[in-house]
Design a protein around this ligand. Structure first.
Ligand code: HSE
Length: 427
């Protein structure tokens, strides 16, 4: 096989993000340079598009795309139930691997698609369907494979988390917060899927199916949305020590599965309570690993495209592995690079200096730092230690070598008795 050819179904927010990555492989996984974006299926050829695609690859013949014998991987990011489901099935029947981010199709027809794929000996990968840019499906299937999974708790809808955060932090009303989420490309085409919890219910159904090996009937997932929440509820929750989040939950309860989505007051001390804006986070409970939390951007073109292209790389690796070595199990060929010497590192510093308590000492310190190009953020004299003044200095981002030159000079000052601590400050 020469290049691995990709057929992309859909060029909306996520599709454009996927195409942009495939067309610009430099600096990413080496397998991406081994692929070609062969055809892109869209509804209209004439819609204005920001992305510059190679001439002649756009087509409205979606069936022709999935049947094209030159295409090895079909990537479905068009959304909606039909024709997406039928096109995925046709691609499988043609012996093609499929990558999809379509949680609505997977939550309802996943079992049918996986069965068809098994029979044909192809894969249907779906990392982009849940949690945007967070790798969650692969860890569930692979890295956590040793565990008996007991519980999934997640904030899996970026739009509603963004809306709740805006309502709480910026005092926005629901409609204004939703409009902002839509303008940023987070919301589904029909925002009811987000706001009513349906999108989160699709996602928890997929996660529960993978985690517990049970077939989840999507319509049985109990689901409440955030439409009834008023800013005053968020304020009261805060006074009581909680944050309100749209929580998706699945856990075993004896022989039964407890699976639901609803707004929930979460104690502010719980890690999920500090997940803000469009971020998603998922806590997985497993035996023996304990609790693992994964967090990251849960919606938007870049994060979802990152997950989708990760799946494409996975399928491509499998295709290449047929000839021997699996490219994802070995480390990628790293190119040697110069390590930045510590003197050239740029960082902020905290340092504590013990000096005699007399006029002009702080000025001397400032002058010395300034002479070496070290800009200071703050200099404070907070306490005293056995008749000595304790001066704490925090710098801006400075060149490490310059900082140490200044400090060596300062160490020689007659008034300086000791410099007990130097720490770097992250920013
Ligand atoms: N509308 C979804 C969300 C996009 O807000 O999370 C990602 O599935």
């Amino acid at each position: 096989m020469d290049k691995i050819n990709i057929g992309l179904l859909g060029l909306g927010t996520v599709g454009a993000g996927v195409a942009a990555i495939l067309l610009d492989p430099q600096g990413r996984h080496p397998l991406l340079a081994d692929m070609a974006l062969r055809r892109v299926g869209v509804r209209s050829l004439h819609k204005p598009r920001a992305l510059h695609l190679p001439a002649g690859i756009l087509t409205t013949d979606l069936v022709g795309l999935v049947q094209d014998p030159d295409i090895h991987i079909v990537v479905e990011v068009m959304g909606g139930l039909e024709p997406a489901r039928s096109l995925i099935l046709q691609a499988i029947q043609q012996g093609k691997h499929v990558v999809t981010a379509n949680k609505a199709v997977l939550a309802r027809y996943g079992a049918e698609l996986w069965q068809a794929a098994r029979e044909k000996g192809v894969y249907v990968l779906m990392e982009g369907a849940v949690g945007g840019g967070i790798p969650i499906i692969h860890p569930l299937k692979q890295a956590l494979g040793a565990n008996r999974l007991t519980r999934i708790l997640g904030i899996v809808n970026g739009t509603t988390n963004f809306i709740l955060t805006q309502m709480e932090a910026a005092g926005m009303d629901f409609a204004a917060a939703l409009a902002t989420a839509q303008s940023l490309g987070y919301a589904e085409a029909d925002p009811r899927a987000d706001v009513d919890g349906e999108d989160a219910a699709d996602k928890i159904a997929i996660l529960a199916t993978l985690a517990f090996g049970v077939q989840v009937v999507r319509d049985e997932v109990y689901c409440e949305g955030i439409g009834g929440i008023e800013p005053v509820d968020l304020q009261y929750a805060e006074r009581l020590g909680f944050r309100v989040k749209l929580l998706a939950l699945a856990q075993r309860q004896g022989e039964a599965l407890d699976i639901r989505v609803h707004p929930t007051l979460i104690p502010r001390s719980h890690p999920l309570a500090s997940v803000q804006g469009v971020q998603n986070a998922i806590v997985l409970g497993g035996d023996p690993v304990g609790e693992v939390m994964l967090q990251g951007p849960g919606a938007g073109a870049g994060p979802t495209a990152s997950a989708v292209v990760g799946d494409i790389v996975n399928v491509a690796a499998t295709l290449r592995a047929n000839s021997g070595y699996h490219p994802l199990l070995g480390a990628t060929g790293a190119i040697p690079t110069r390590r930045l010497p510590m003197d050239e590192v740029h960082t902020r510093f905290y340092t504590r200096v013990l000096t005699q308590d007399r006029p002009g000492v702080i000025g001397q310190l400032g002058t010395s730092f300034g002479r070496h190009g070290v800009s200071l953020e703050s200099v404070v004299q907070i306490g005293r230690q056995e008749e000595l003044a304790e001066i704490v200095v925090v710098t801006h981002q400075v060149r490490e070598g310059d900082f140490w030159l200044a400090l060596e000079e300062i160490r020689q000052f007659a008034a300086v008795m000791a410099i007990p601590t130097v720490l770097r400050v992250w920013s």
